[in-house]
Ligand binder design. Structure first.
Ligand SMILES: Nc1ncnc2c1ncn2[C@@H]1O[C@H](COP(=O)(O)OP(=O)(O)OP(=O)(O)O)[C@@H](O)[C@H]1O
Ligand SMILES: N[C@@H](CCO)C(=O)O
Length: 347
């Protein structure tokens, strides 16, 4: 008997300027998994189309999505994948561009593990699993619940802190063990209630123009350039703007002057400019005065994608950003995106 279901997870843009590791926005590009049980094979058969199809590992013990699914299954008493499983992934989210491809893969893996194991995990518990793998909450929370979302990680008691700090290689070992080795103990189960979130209002006239440079920048590399500590002045600068931004993007009509200033950042973007030529020019030369309809510009996630929030004049805003990147010999693609709903599983 064939049994099939579809998992759909949106792209996300994290930070939105001052909200480093705090806010995320789900966007209308999707990772879609068609999961079929009824083929005949012992190990899951994975196929891909779309973004990343030529580089992603198809071995279920190496693919991020299926490794996360196996982690969830093993924490809940299932030793391995069910047999006769095939998974086709159609992916619209480019890898390593700041549009949350890894967060989407992690959420797809949690939803896959939940469905295959018939676990009926709550959204909150799913978030705990995702946060054991992707250690900052902004992308995964927005990908799971959808919309414009703020989240924090709860301070854990010493025992839970230890459980949550297990190295990723132990949470996601590259199964199966070598011949003769045991499967070992169950992986570390996430502490309860690691992440908490709230959804902010979003004015539906605001679209997100994503200008996507044709080069990849890994999140790990873009985090490695950030300092360990910040001045009080820079932290206050960001907190003032973030407090205003989370309400300003829900107001009608949106106020371009307020939003443009509230999307400025001193915590991550200034340090990432060495990795993204053109970033300082993009964030300083294009304004609501020069381009009516523009509300604000920021780096999307860890970059290199630029996110421009606007109500109209999308082509001219994207064209100007494209021109600035071209001066740096960088080609881009661009898309007008809507704010998306959260992840879904449908039979
Ligand atoms: N659909 C997918 N299936 C399997 N692995 C994926 C998938 N999407 C992303 N990945 C893995 O995640 C890596 C990209 O993660 P990375 O955190 O560097 O960038 P990102 O998530 O696209 O950007 P950001 O976190 O800034 O939004 C890919 O190189 C790939 O290894
Ligand atoms: N907040 C994260 C998002 C990228 O995954 C960062 O900027 O590094």
């Amino acid at each position: 008997m064939t049994n099939s279901f579809i998992i759909r997870v949106p792209a996300t843009s994290a930070n939105i300027g001052p909200g480093f590791d705090v806010v995320g926005l789900s966007l209308s590009l999707y990772l879609t998994l068609t999961v079929t049980i009824g083929e005949t094979s012992t190990l899951p058969v994975i196929t891909y189309s779309g973004e990343g199809a030529d580089e992603v590992p198809l071995d279920p013990y190496h693919n991020l999505m299926t490794r996360v699914a196996l982690y969830v299954l093993r924490c809940n008493g299932h030793r391995t994948f069910p047999p006769d499983l095939s998974i086709h992934c159609d992916n619209q989210i480019p890898f390593g561009r700041g549009l949350g491809s890894s967060g989407a893969a992690v959420i797809a893996g949690v939803l896959l593990g939940d469905s295959l194991g018939k676990l009926n995990l709550s959204r909150e518990r799913m978030l705990d699993y995702a946060l054991m793998v992707e250690r900052h909450p902004d992308n995964v929370t927005a990908a799971l619940v959808g919309g414009f979302v703020g989240s924090y990680l709860r301070e854990l008691d010493p025992q839970a802190t230890e459980a949550a700090q297990v190295p990723l290689s132990e949470v996601l070992p590259e199964y199966p063990p070598d011949a003769g080795e045991d499967w070992g103990l169950s992986p570390p189960v996430p502490p309860l209630g690691i992440g908490h979130y709230v959804r902010f209002k979003w004015n539906s006239s605001i679209k997100a123009v994503a200008i996507i440079p044709r080069f990849e920048l890994s999140t790990a590399k873009a985090r490695a350039v950030l300092p360990e500590s910040y001045s009080r002045k820079d932290l206050v600068f960001n907190m003032q703007r973030l407090a205003v931004l989370t309400t300003a993007l829900g107001q009608t009509p949106p106020d371009p002057e307020l939003i443009f200033e509230a999307m400025k950042d001193r915590v991550h973007q200034p340090y990432r400019k060495t990795l993204i030529p053109g970033l300082p020019a993009v964030t300083s030369l294009i304004t609501p005065a020069s381009h009516p309809g523009l509300l604000g510009i920021c780096l999307s996630g860890a970059g290199p994608t630029i996110l421009a929030l606007a109500t109209h004049n999308f082509d001219s805003i994207a064209g100007k950003i494209q021109e600035i990147f071209q001066q740096e010999q960088i080609e881009v693609d661009w898309k007008i995106l809507e704010v998306a709903g959260g992840s879904t599983v449908n039979s």
